[in-house]
Write a protein that binds this ligand. Structure first.
Ligand SMILES: NC(=O)c1ccc[n+]([C@@H]2O[C@H](COP(=O)([O-])OP(=O)(O)OC[C@H]3O[C@@H](n4cnc5c(N)ncnc54)[C@H](O)[C@@H]3O)[C@@H](O)[C@H]2O)c1
Length: 296
C-alpha cells in the first residue's frame, strides 16, 4: 500500500471537486494535509469556508488536517499557506496545484481582465505556491510538485483561450522545474484531469450534475494519478492524464526537420515545406538534449 505517513501535503482548491478527493485520500493514507480553498464561485468571485469543511472531514475520520481560505493568485497568501504547513507540521513535501476558475468566452468576446485573472489563478497561482515551497523542498532534498494541466491547453478547446494558455503554461513550468529540481530530489509533473465537477457542468450540453457524478467520471478517479505523482516512485517531467477512469500519458514530439543553406529565404522553405511538416519521423522531446540531436 502506498502511504504518506510523515509527509506534509498542501492541496490548493481542495474545498470541492477533484481537489477535495485528493485531500481526503491523502488524509486517509496518513499524510498531514493543508487544505486550501478560497471558496469562490466558478468565476473566482466571493469566498466561503469550503476548505474548513474538508479539513474537518479528514480530522473526523482520524486523519490530520488544517485549512485556510487564502488565494493562490496573491503571492503573499501563497507564502502564507506554505508557512501554515511549516508552522503546523514542520515541513512541506508535496504541493498539489489544483485551484482553478473558468471564464469561458471566445477570444473575440473575452475581456483582457478576464484573461488576466484566469492566467493569474491557474498559472501564476501555481508558480507562486510552488515558489514559496521550493526553498524548503530544496533544503530537505525532497519534494513533489503537481501542476494541474488540461486537455484544453494540450489539445485546445473552443472558448477557453486564457484557460488553455494557462494550462499549457504548466508544461513549460514543469519542463524547467523538473530539470532544476533533479539534483535535490524534487519531482515535478503535470496532471491532466477529466471528471464530473461544477467546472465540467458549466457545459450544459454535457448534462453533468456535479452533486451526482457519473460513476465512470467521479472526481475520485483522478486522485490515483495525484497519489502516484506524489509517491516515492514518481517520475519527473511527465504529463499524465486521468480522464474519466482512463489513464494515459502525452508527450511533445518533433520531426527530424531539414537543414537549409545559410542563404535560404522563404521560397526555399516553402519548396521543402512538405518535409518540414511531415511527422512520420517524429520523436519525443522528453529530454532537452533531444533538441540538439534533431537533424543528426
Ligand atoms: N473537472 C475536469 O474535468 C477538469 C478538466 C481539466 C482540468 N481541470 C482542473 O482541475 C482543477 C480542479 O477543478 P474542478 O473540476 O475540481 O473544479 P472546482 O471548481 O470544483 O474546483 C476548483 C476549486 O478551486 C478553488 N479556487 C478558485 N480560485 C481559487 C484561488 N484563487 N485560490 C484558492 N482556491 C481557489 C474553488 O473555490 C474550487 O473549490 C482545476 O485546476 C481545473 O482547471 C478539471
Amino acid at each position: 500500500m502506498i502511504d504518506f505517513k510523515d509527509r506534509v501535503v498542501l492541496v490548493t482548491g481542495a474545498g470541492g471537486g477533484i481537489g477535495r478527493e485528493h485531500a481526503l485520500e491523502f488524509g486517509r493514507r496518513g499524510a498531514q494535509v493543508v487544505v486550501n480553498d478560497l471558496g469562490s464561485d466558478i468565476r473566482g468571485e466571493g469566498s466561503s469556508d469550503l476548505a474548513a469543511r474538508v479539513a474537518a472531514e479528514i480530522n473526523t475520520a482520524g486523519g490530520q488536517a488544517v485549512s485556510n481560505n487564502f488565494s493562490v493568485s496573491d503571492p503573499e497568501q501563497a507564502k502564507a499557506m506554505v508557512k501554515q504547513a511549516i508552522d503546523e507540521f514542520g515541513r512541506i513535501d508535496v504541493v498539489i496545484n489544483n485551484a482553478g476558475i473558468l471564464r469561458n468566452r471566445t477570444f473575440k468576446n473575452t475581456t483582457t481582465d478576464d484573461f488576466k485573472l484566469v492566467v493569474e489563478v491557474h498559472l501564476l497561482g501555481s508558480a507562486y505556491v510552488t515558489h514559496a515551497a521550493w526553498p524548503f523542498m530544496y533544503e530537505q532534498n525532497y519534494g513533489r510538485v503537481i501542476l494541474t494541466s488540461s486537455v484544453s491547453g494540450i489539445f485546445g478547446q473552443f472558448g477557453q483561450s486564457a484557460y488553455g494558455a494557462a494550462k499549457m503554461g504548466m508544461l513549460g513550468l514543469m519542463n524547467v522545474l523538473s530539470l532544476e529540481g533533479r539534483s535535490h530530489g524534487i519531482k515535478v509533473n503535470c496532471l491532466s484531469p477529466g471528471a464530473d465537477t461544477r467546472m465540467t457542468a458549466l457545459d450544459k450540453e454535457l448534462g453533468i450534475n456535479p452533486d451526482k457524478p457519473r460513476p465512470q467520471s467521479h472526481p475520485k478517479l483522478v486522485t490515483p494519478v495525484a497519489l502516484f505523482l506524489a509517491s516515492e516512485q514518481a517520475p519527473t517531467g511527465m504529463v499524465i492524464h486521468g480522464l474519466s477512469g482512463r489513464y494515459l500519458r502525452s508527450e511533445t514530439y518533433a520531426n527530424k526537420g531539414i537543414a537549409l543553406s545559410p542563404d535560404a529565404v522563404v521560397e526555399d522553405l516553402v519548396e521543402n515545406i512538405d518535409e518540414v511538416l511531415d511527422m512520420s519521423s517524429a520523436r519525443a522531446l522528453s529530454e532537452p538534449g533531444n533538441i540538439s540531436l534533431l537533424g543528426n
